[in-house]
Design a protein around this ligand. Structure first.
Ligand code: HEM
Length: 511
């Protein structure tokens, strides 16, 4: 009998525990439901359209990025939902020029968001990952004169030197009758040029047809991590701790090692204007001179060299790969560029190789470069900024403090309202169309970002592109290994391409 009472008591206790668990579950479900109702109907920005799940969780965005083709998804999202789209509970993407101007206007001073934390060590910010506007302005002021148009004259001989190596390698590929993965080879090229410009020494990747000091590989992994990790930046400090515990050589470590070695070498072996005619002077020499004048310290110098390598190589390589792909896919465009080169050469108005200043007077070449930057911006993610305490009026809606907003170059550059209805086509001619010209210039420079965080190396990359494209076009034909297939793309932070070509020297091929 006692046993039965105990049994009944147990049963009752079990039942009440079950009932309590039920209450807790109902409470939790009610909270979720109330949250859904609030977000859906009453939150201040509830009217902004976007994918359903993006209203409630950052996992939707994470999933979109993780699939590896997000550059295209941004374009489709804006085609479907209009000029402003909710990407995550607190993140909004814009695709109109007016909103782009407002978000990145230096006057509005919107800082970078915590997304950028994952682009470096939280304890030691680099120029790219800094979110504090004052810290950034100070760092930028110290080194920005190394990137001016007038500084380019110092770097031009370095580009010529590396272009000569590229030309020789192209002839070698032809002699050896092999196809080349163009985006990969021009990635070696871009790293070598940045090495030559920055530390007066190519990294030897073109010669080796491979990575040097694991730079390429670690930078690639870093951008992949930055892009996915940036969606959940609160986990980054833990990730860094674990990484340091296991001494994993991440990009920061690799680049610091490379930078320190070159700085030490140049301190004992200074370059004293190694070319008196062209006034060639590498970046590192300028940095060391500034250090001797007390204008920069060791950290500034490491950051400057590291930033050039990380930010300046893949970006330029991707733009060059895009320009070559479209030029050799569209014979009409290629022949127009060849005609411009041929006519100017016949008049003695350009040299071989073309100088940077001569290239400024080659309108079709400039249009080809701008169109490559427009149709295939190297960065595939939006550049997020946090609205400050004044709030911001965008697309007719007031966005309060703390909201994260940004523009993705792919969405902006594929907006028919200012690129024309044929925005999916590679058409350098659109740059001569008066109707679109103003907005096109504004928008396509967005491949380099905008405002106070505009790409510091824009002139460096234009120096490279304006010199190497005419060289290749003048002297080589590229034939696609699979002419009936398009290229393959993979998006992390960058939008990487994959295509293979046979290379033929034009003169030798005709002989
Ligand atoms: C076609 C080539 C290039 C493209 C498309 C490009 C694109 C960009 C973009 C979009 C940003 C802004 C990122 C943001 O706001 O989050 C940026 C920043 C930066 N880029 Fe470039 N870049 C290129 C070449 C270069 C080169 C050659 C260098 C160096 C020699 C360089 C150095 C930098 C640096 C240091 C920053 C950070 C600037 C700051 O925050 O103040 N870039 N770049």
């Amino acid at each position: 009998m006692v046993f039965k009472i105990d049994q009944a008591a147990l049963l009752l206790r079990g039942f009440s525990a079950f009932r309590n668990a039920g209450y807790i579950l109902i409470c939790l479900l009610s909270i979720v439901l109330l949250h859904v109702i609030y977000v859906w109907f009453f939150s201040p920005l509830c009217h902004i359209p976007g994918p359903f799940l993006a209203r409630f969780t950052r996992l939707w965005e994470f999933w979109m990025i993780a699939k590896g083709d997000s550059h295209q998804r941004w374009v489709e999202l804006h085609e479907k939902y209009g000029p402003v789209v909710r990407i995550a509970p607190n993140l909004y993407s814009f695709s109109e020029v007016e909103d782009m101007k407002a978000i990145y206007s230096p006057g509005n001073k919107l800082p970078k968001t915590t997304y950028y934390n994952t682009a470096g060590d939280p304890e030691r910010r680099n120029i790219f990952s800094m979110t504090n506007a004052d810290d950034h302005a100070l760092r930028k002021r110290k080194i920005s004169n190394l990137y001016t148009m007038t500084s380019m004259i110092n770097y031009e001989p370095a580009v010529d030197k590396m272009n000569a190596v590229l030309m020789e390698k192209f002839r070698q590929f032809w002699r050896e009758n092999r196809t080349v993965m163009i985006p990969q080879f021009v990635q070696y090229y871009a790293f070598d040029v940045i090495g030559q410009i920055t530390v007066d020494e190519s990294f030897g990747m073109m010669q080796k047809e491979g990575d040097a000091e694991n730079m390429l590989e670690t930078v690639k992994k870093a951008t992949l991590y930055q892009n996915l990790g940036g969606i959940f930046p609160e986990f980054h400090p833990y990730f860094v701790k674990v990484n340091n515990l296991f001494r994993v050589p991440h990009a920061g470590v690799v680049l610091e090692r490379v930078s320190r070695r070159h700085l030490e070498h140049h301190k004992t072996h200074p370059v004293v204007n190694n070319d008196k005619i062209t006034h060639a002077q590498p970046f590192v020499t300028k940095l060391l001179k500034m250090e001797s004048e007390g204008k920069v310290d060791m950290l500034d110098m490491i950051d400057g060299i590291g930033a050039n390598i990380v930010a300046g190589s893949d970006t330029t390589a991707i733009t060059l790969s895009a320009a070559l792909y479209y030029l050799y896919r569209i014979p009409n465009v290629l022949s127009k560029l060849r005609k411009e080169i041929g006519d100017l050469a016949a008049d003695g108005r350009i040299s071989d190789p073309v100088t940077f200043s001569e290239a400024q007077n080659m309108p079709y070449l400039q249009a080809v470069i701008m169109e490559a930057l427009r149709i295939h911006p190297a960065v595939g993610y939006l550049l997020p900024r946090r609205v400050n305490k004044e709030g911001l009026l965008l697309a007719g809606t007031y966005f309060p403090e703390g909201t994260e907003v940004g523009v993705n170059a792919w969405a902006l550059h594929h907006n028919p309202r200012f690129c024309g209805p044929d925005y999916q086509e590679f058409k350098p001619e659109r740059w001569f169309n008066q109707e679109y010209q103003r907005n096109l210039h504004l928008a396509s420079s967005f491949a380099f970002g905008a405002g106070s965080r505009l790409c510091l190396g824009k002139n460096v990359s234009l120096l490279e592109l304006t010199k190497v494209i005419p060289q290749i076009v003048r002297h080589f034909d590229l034939e696609f290994e699979n002419p009936n297939e398009g290229w393959k793309l993979l998006t992390t932070w960058f939008v990487w391409q994959d295509y293979r070509c046979w290379i033929k020297p034009r003169v030798e091929a005709q002989a």
